[in-house]
Ligand binder design. Structure first.
Ligand code: FAD
Length: 459
């Protein structure tokens, strides 16, 4: 079979792209080297749905983040992706930082965001009483929100699959041969023939780009390490607390998570190894130090987990997006720190670029209804809390993971879903099982057994 479009990379960007394109009369394949979608950078970020108030005005990233915020907010309502509109408070800790606040407010306006307000120290402490001493003032960003980073790509992929997109998982693209009429992807599971290629390969984006004859950017994996604190800390951070950004990035923040925890991080460290998502002693020390100044009461509480993600940063300050009509090749590269938010806008932008290059986009009239995603957000009713569900199906009343209150019914649903997990990490992302205080000490064996019975691989 030959496809109209092959998308390389099943992260949040690639999944958004295949979902979007599957709305038209095109045959689409998603090629992903891992056994699951959303298993690379898209699974380990800070999960903020950004307004884009602090983007570089006029950049593609600024446009994509603002538009992506709008599109994803609407899509989340339709499909049940958990979102909480917590707002954010950017805090100045010295006079230099306080002097930057009006500039940041102007920048927000230039980015099309009008609602930032400068507040004094009293207001900062009224909003976040647990902040450490020394805050001099702040800037409010009322629409900054938190979102489920795992349900988002899964919703895109589930909808794309229902619309007929083919998912070639465990398939690594080794080389690319561009012909006059079609292109062949040489992969670890055989050749794939396609008319167009879209590169959404995240940390591997520059490698794929070179396979198509370019040499225009190099990915530097920039590691971000984070702590996740116990759920008892959640009242300490009901809004996102942001630092004043520097040239190195957005800095260390404190944020509530959609799962009811509080998170501290990320660090920012350039690495060489694109696979090194380990956490480090230096990272821990840095976060403990930062956290102690930002919110001493938080640092005194228990850490449930720590993790690290790798941003696909490049030598360019913006996303690297370009279309080559002659080779029928579209690049979505260097999607570093805001790709979750920007994902649907990038997909829309990709579609417009393809249309301008002559790809016929005929809207389909036979589209299935969008999927209703299982809720794994803490702020919304979960199955164990819903008498109606439990009455209809008693497995929603049988809790397997007690820390996160995940039921047998939810695990069964995940294992029999159109895109089932291939390992326990994938199950965690679909249900929250194993991500609580005990980290699977109590329920690990039972979950292993359920996975085996459900047909998934187990670790
Ligand atoms: C610490 C941190 C914090 C962040 N915080 C936020 C935030 O709060 N809000 C926000 O909006 N964004 C945030 N981001 C950014 C966001 O997570 C990324 O921009 C986004 O996940 C990038 O998605 P992607 O699809 O481009 O890449 P990925 O998720 O990395 O997907 C690319 C996929 O391509 C596959 N691939 C690569 N090479 C090949 C090949 N040769 N063959 C087949 N498959 C291949 C990989 O296996 C991978 O699955 C953060 C990132 C980090 C690291």
């Amino acid at each position: 079979m030959s496809y109209d479009i092959a998308v390389i990379g099943g992260g949040v960007v690639g999944c958004a792209v295949v979902r979007d394109l599957s709305g038209f009369g095109l045959s689409v394949v998603l090629v992903e080297s891992r056994g699951d979608i959303g298993d690379a950078t898209s699974k380990a970020n800070t999960a903020i749905l950004h307004t884009g108030f602090d983007a570089v005005p006029g950049s593609l990233e600024s446009t994509m983040v603002a538009r992506g915020y709008e599109l994803l907010s609407d899509y989340a309502k339709v499909t049940g992706i958990p979102v909480e509109h917590t707002g954010a408070l950017l805090v100045a800790w010295d006079e230099d930082q306080r002097a930057v606040l009006p500039k940041l407010q102007d920048k927000a306006v230039k980015n099309g965001y009008q609602k930032c307000e400068i507040v004094d120290a009293d207001e900062v402490y009224r909003r976040v009483p647990d902040l450490g001493p020394g805050a001099l003032g702040g800037l409010t960003v009322p629409d900054e929100s938190i979102i489920c980073p795992w349900t988002t790509p899964l919703a895109y992929a589930t909808e794309a699959k229902a619309r007929g997109v083919e998912f070639r998982l465990n398939t690594f693209v080794e080389s690319v041969d561009v012909g006059a009429e079609s292109t062949t992807l040489r992969t670890s599971t055989g050749d794939i023939t396609t008319r167009w290629v879209i590169n959404a390969a995240g940390l591997g984006g520059d490698v794929i780009d070179r396979m198509l004859g370019y040499d225009r950017f190099t990915i530097v994996p920039r590691r971000g390490e984070l702590f996740v604190f116990d759920k008892l800390t959640r009242p300490m951070a009901n809004t996102i607390v942001l630092p004043v950004p520097t040239e190195k990035g957005k800095g260390v923040l404190i944020s509530p998570t959609i799962f009811g925890n509080v998170m501290l991080g990320p660090t920012s460290e350039n690495l060489v190894d694109r696979t090194d998502t380990s956490t480090s002693e230096e990272g821990f020390a840095f976060l403990l130090d930062k956290g102690a100044a930002l919110m001493p009461t938080l640092i005194a509480e228990e850490v449930t987990a720590s993790y690290a993600g790798l941003r696909a940063s490049t030598e360019h300050s913006d996303f690297v997006v370009d279309i080559d009509s002659a080779q029928r090749y579209l690049l979505l590269g260097g999607i570093r720190s805001t790709g979750l938010t920007a994902s649907m806008a990038l997909a829309e932008h990709a579609r417009h670029l393809l249309a301008e290059s002559g790809v016929a986009l005929v809207e389909r009239a036979d589209l299935p209804a969008p999927p209703q995603m299982p809720n794994i957000g803490e702020a919304f009713p979960r199955p164990y809390q819903r008498a109606d569900l439990i009455e209809a199906d008693s497995e929603y009343g049988q809790i397997v993971c007690f820390c996160e209150r995940v039921t047998r019914g939810e695990i069964r649903d995940a294992l029999t879903s159109p895109l089932p997990p291939c390992d326990v990490d994938g199950l965690r992302r679909r249900t929250r099982a194993l991500m609580g205080r005990c980290q699977g000490f109590f329920c690990g064996a039972e979950i292993d057994e359920l996975m085996r019975a459900g047909g998934g691989d187990h670790e």
